[in-house]
Design a protein around this ligand. Structure first.
Ligand SMILES: [Zn+2]
Length: 185
C-alpha cells in the first residue's frame, strides 16, 4: 500500500490517544526533580509546550479541565499541535497553565504511542492552503486549486496558495511571489 493510502486509512476514523495530567509544586525538592525529568522527556519527544495564563477569560480557560484518560482525535481538519476530540475537548501535545505562583506546574501531555506517531505523520503529510485553509493529502502541482483563478486574489497573494504541511513553521508572509523578482530583474 502506498504511503498516501495508508494515511487515508488512518484518517478514516478518529485516532485514540492518551492524556496524562500532572501537577507539581516546584518549591518542594522532590516535585522540582520530577518536573524537570518530565520536561526533559517531553522535549526529547519533540513536543512544544503551549502555556497560557490561568484565569484569563479566554475560551481555553472556560473549557472543562482536561483529565487523564483516553481521547479520540478528530481527523477531518487537523492542526499542528492541538486537536479537536470526540470528547469535546481541544487537547494540545503539551499544555500548562501559568499561575501567579510560578512554582505551581499544572498541565498535561499526550502519551507516546503508535497512534500518536500516526497522528504526527498525518499532520506532517497533510497539506494546507494558506488562504482558504483547505487540507489535502494530495500535493498535485503544489497549489490550492480551490483558490487558483479566484477573482478575489491578486498575483501577490499567490504565495499563500502554495500547499504547505500543516506543521509548516515558517511565516508564509515572508515568501515573496516570483513575479516581483522578475519585475526587478
Ligand atoms: Zn485555497
Amino acid at each position: 500500500m502506498k504511503n498516501k493510502d495508508k494515511l487515508e486509512k488512518v484518517k478514516q476514523k478518529n485516532i485514540e490517544v492518551g492524556i496524562v495530567t500532572y501537577r507539581f509544586d516546584t518549591s518542594k525538592p522532590e516535585d522540582c526533580e520530577q518536573y524537570s525529568d518530565l520536561k526533559k522527556q517531553l522535549r526529547e519527544r519533540g513536543l512544544e509546550l503551549f502555556d497560557f495564563i490561568a484565569g484569563c477569560s479566554s475560551s481555553l480557560d472556560k473549557e472543562k479541565r482536561v483529565k487523564t484518560g483516553i481521547y479520540h482525535v478528530e481527523t477531518d481538519h487537523i492542526f499542528s499541535n492541538q486537536y479537536n476530540t470526540e470528547e469535546g475537548f481541544r487537547v494540545f501535545d503539551w499544555s500548562e497553565k501559568i499561575y501567579p505562583n510560578s512554582s505551581i506546574k499544572d498541565g498535561y501531555y499526550i502519551t507516546n504511542s503508535e497512534n500518536f506517531k500516526k497522528l504526527k505523520e498525518l499532520v506532517h503529510k497533510t497539506f494546507a492552503c494558506g488562504y482558504c485553509g483547505k487540507q489535502s493529502l494530495e500535493f498535485g502541482d503544489g497549489f490550492c486549486h480551490k483558490c487558483v483563478g479566484s477573482e478575489y486574489l491578486k498575483i501577490e497573494n499567490y504565495a499563500l496558495l502554495k500547499l504547505r504541511p500543516v506543521d509548516y513553521k515558517e511565516s508564509r508572509d515572508q515568501e515573496k511571489p516570483k513575479r516581483s523578482k522578475d519585475q526587478t530583474a
